[in-house]
Design a protein around this ligand. Structure first.
Ligand SMILES: Cc1ncc(COP(=O)(O)O)c(C=O)c1O
Length: 367
């Protein structure tokens, strides 16, 4: 108990964060007996918008130091993480629910929505893997096309709400397009739409922008749910830490769908998340490395006459319409994993922004 308190105090004072750490050297570091083996032959992973720099050095240390605590349940640590997240988001502890990645929150919100049947609305094209069980849950999915510049069409989404609509999902910044909603327009959309249904805002990529999160709005609005993750900026995709921010009553409702709310994040993942929250240096570095590699990649793709959408995230949406070679064959030959075509019309695809070295290799591959 005292150790936990001391550690938290130390972490929050930044005492363990002092000094220089060359975190770039951690990227893809081979770890003895690790399930992920890296070598020069390993594929370059530019498909899932992971952080190529790995977890923050403080998170690595925290996990390594706490390995022996994995025999215990992490109730108290979860409460510590909840309090830190409440502080970070300017809300109360009762406004936070932890999940094993934001996927658990997305699943829960879908199940919660399904309790009252009806339909839910989302953009075409947006992050939609989590909607796959919707039909089985008795929910009808309504999709609303993006605007020609690949943004959420908030006016059309508002107009699509009918008396059966139970939830509207907005991914902001949007995956896969990397576009962001104008804050004022989004706030007024939320005000209107939440009179009729739950507005569910996914801020998985908000840390890659200078935008302020919408989380504070949940205090006043019981029909707004925000979800966030440690998988992207914080480099903890494999650790599985995410959370919901919502009005306390809504958090209670979501929690009732779980036998043990806040228990799905392991002790090691919880200490990693706590340590990461205090590693501002790492976050700043990842932000600027991502910006730099993004700028380079967009410039190079544009030189190849490929249209790119301005990105507010760690990936780029671009069109293969003018591309003369077989893009996927080029990637395969260069051992690079990209993702699919999202929109046949315009042949739009997405590439995750890796390290500068990886982006040089990507550009060489597609040249
Ligand atoms: C927009 C968005 N939301 C949520 C997730 C789920 O991430 P996780 O479960 O790792 O938090 C992803 C994953 O790529 C995503 O792109």
């Amino acid at each position: 108990m005292n150790n936990r308190r001391n550690w938290l105090k130390q972490i929050s004072l930044g005492a363990v964060g002092l000094g220089f750490y060359p975190f770039e050297t951690f990227a893809n570091t081979p770890v003895e007996d690790s399930v992920f083996e890296y070598s020069d032959q390993s594929p370059i992973l530019l498909l899932s918008n992971e952080n190529p720099y790995g977890p923050s050095p403080l998170a690595r240390t925290a996990m390594a130091k706490n390995i022996n605590s994995s025999n215990r349940y992490g109730w108290e640590l979860s409460s510590d993480l909840i309090s830190l997240l409440a502080k970070k988001n300017n809300v109360l502890d009762a406004n936070i629910l932890l999940g094993a990645g934001s996927t658990e929150i997305l699943d829960l919100v879908l199940q919660y929505t399904a309790l009252s049947k009806g339909n839910f609305i989302l953009a075409e094209t947006t992050y939609n893997y989590w909607t796959f069980p919707s039909e089985k849950l008795g929910l009808k999915k309504i999709t609303v096309p993006l605007t020609p510049d690949k943004k959420h069409d908030l006016t059309a989404m508002l107009a699509a709400i009918d008396s059966d609509t139970k939830m509207i999902y907005i991914c902001n910044p949007n995956n896969p397009t990397g576009t962001i909603c104008d804050r004022e327009k989004l706030v007024s959309f939320i005000k209107e739409a939440s009179k009729k249904a739950i507005v569910f805002v996914d801020e998985a990529y908000i840390d890659f922008t200078k935008e302020q999160s919408l989380s504070e709005l949940v205090i006043e609005n019981k029909n707004l749910i925000i979800t966030k993750t440690f998988s992207k900026m914080y480099g903890l995709a494999g650790a599985r830490v995410g959370y919901a921010v919502a009005a306390s009553g809504t958090i209670e409702q979501l929690s009732m769908l779980k036998s043990s709310p806040n228990l799905s994040v392991s002790v090691l993942s919880t200490v990693a998340a706590i340590a990461s929250l205090n590693d501002e240096k790492f976050i700043k570095e990842v932000y600027s490395l991502n910006e730099e590699a993004k700028k380079y990649t967009i410039e190079q793709l544009t030189r190849l006459n490929l249209t790119c959408i301005a990105s507010h995230s760690n990936f780029i949406y671009f069109s293969l319409e003018n591309y003369k070679k077989d893009y996927f064959k080029q990637l395969e030959e260069h051992n690079i994993m990209g993702t699919k075509i999202y929109e046949e019309n315009g042949k739009w695809t997405r590439i995750t922004i890796g390290t500068m070295k990886e982006m040089h290799q990507f550009i060489e591959a597609v040249k």
